[in-house]
Design a protein around this ligand. Structure first.
Ligand code: AMP
Ligand code: GLY
Length: 423
């Protein structure tokens, strides 16, 4: 069978890597893919839902996996389903959990799913009153619409919060996406990335991961799409996991059915744990990046079986197995990330095998391929993945691999997994 993966990042590359050795799969297509995915599959550059559907019919694609949120919001999975093409991704209606923070917060409040106290909308007077009523020192402002992961601002006091609110409502800060705003109380705890594979009614949880959103060591510097991740995290025990299932994931799936927005696909819950209690920070309707890159190598059960069980509504009694291992991913980004994502620097590999090593490998993202050479083309360039019997070993394997790969202006954090290692 042939498979199509939509997207161009390390997340999509890692999905391709997971499927690569499955004997049932003949061809993996990436749309549009990157300068390294063409080495493990075929890149195609097709735009527009209609053209993607036509390609799938022409090539008799057996399964489409959609990586990023934008095509989901544009209804690609609905158009594929209408054409009877198997797709692993939620519908446009269900994707609203990620595409509108206002919908998401109202939904959580409506169904009593734990989340930070908040108010939302575009009525300046009401929003200003709420800022005045907040009792926490820090205040969080979020653009309603999609901003490529950059629509959240954390302010140190009420004055700053009011100024930022003005700039959002006027469209100065985030354009149209920020003209409606969520304001919420600051939650002080630690974050987890929890991924539920859902079939509409039932779900399975993948190993829990922790992302590192800030650019610099010790969680300093600006927010990014994620500078590294590890999984499973020892910060999440069984008791906490049960609370996450019972107070967040089960009620969310039930409520989504109730709203006529049945959720099939990956539900990514960004969770803040405060005093051993989980709160929803955000939902995404896709795999996290770089979390996906550190979770998929831990699966013992073939990824294809898991995705098929979700599509066919068979997760109720589905058992899946993971390796008794840990995985750490270190993102290597180009010079001006996250401010600019343009670069053209040759990537130099020091005589290493980065594809078929048991202990480490690379998942490529912002790279192009020029005359069979890999060039860093900007943004997050690659993720160095280490696997080990404990987090320390996995971390050492990841850092040892990326020591051997370089390009001008490369930047990375040196402390990925520090929270788990400092316990
Ligand atoms: P979001 O896209 O909503 O997950 O927000 C991006 C990041 O901002 C999160 O990963 C947190 O680090 C931070 N954040 C968002 N909301 C809150 C909150 N209510 N309290 C503390 N930190 C938050
Ligand atoms: N790593 C966070 C995200 O994918 O949104």
């Amino acid at each position: 069978m042939d498979i199509l993966i939509i997207g161009s990042g390390a997340r999509e590359y890692s999905i391709g890597l997971s499927l690569l050795n499955d004997k049932r799969i003949s061809n993996i297509y990436f749309c549009p893919g990157n300068g390294a995915s063409l080495l493990i599959g075929k890149n195609i550059d097709i735009k527009g839902n209609k053209n993607i559907v036509a390609f799938c019919i022409d090539k008799q694609i057996s399964l489409v996996i959609i990586g990023p949120e934008q095509p989901l919001v544009e209804g690609l999975s609905d158009d594929l389903m209408k054409a009877n093409i198997r797709v692993f991704a939620p519908s446009k209606g269900a994707s609203i959990l990620e595409s509108s923070k206002i919908f998401m917060k109202n939904f959580l409040h409506r169904y009593n799913i734990p989340t930070a106290n908040s108010i939302q909308g575009n009525n300046k007077d009401i929003l200003l009153d709420f800022i005045d009523s907040i009792t926490t020192q820090n205040i969080v402002l979020k653009a309603d619409g999609l901003c490529g992961g950059k629509g959240v601002v954390i302010l140190n006091n009420k004055l700053e919060a009011k100024e930022t609110l003005e700039n959002m409502l006027s469209g100065k800060l985030f354009g149209e996406a920020g003209k409606s705003v969520v304001i919420e109380e600051y939650l002080d705890g630690f974050e987890l990335s929890v991924f539920a594979i859902c079939d509409g009614e039932d779900f399975i949880l993948l190993p829990v991961a922790q992302d590192h959103k800030r650019l610099l060591d010790n969680d300093l510097g600006p927010n990014t799409g994620g500078m590294g991740a590890y999984s499973p995290t020892t910060l999440c025990n069984d008791e906490l996991l049960t609370k996450i299932k019972d107070t967040i994931i089960s009620p969310t799936l039930k409520a989504m059915r109730n709203e006529g927005r049945e959720f099939k696909g990956v539900l990514f819950c960004g969770i803040m744990v405060v005093d051993n209690k989980p709160f929803v920070l955000e939902f995404n309707v896709r795999f996290g990046d770089p979390e996906c890159e550190v979770i998929l190598p831990l699966l013992k059960t073939p990824l294809l079986d898991i995705l098929n069980a979700a599509i066919d509504g068979n997760l109720k009694d589905f058992k899946y197995e993971v390796l008794d291992k840990y995985c750490v991913g270190v993102v290597v980004a180009s010079k001006d990330y996250p401010y600019s994502s343009k670069a053209n620097e040759k990537v130099v590999f020091n005589d290493i095998n980065y594809t078929s090593n048991q202990a480490s490998h690379i998942s490529f993202a912002g790279v192009s391929n020029i005359n069979s050479n890999i060039y860093a083309s900007g943004g997050r360039v690659f993720v160095s993945i280490g696997i080990g019997d404990n987090i320390k070993e996995a971390k050492d394997n990841a850092y040892n691999l990326c020591k051997n790969i370089s390009f001008n202006g490369a930047q990375k954090r040196n402390d990925i997994a520090f929270r788990a290692l400092n316990i």
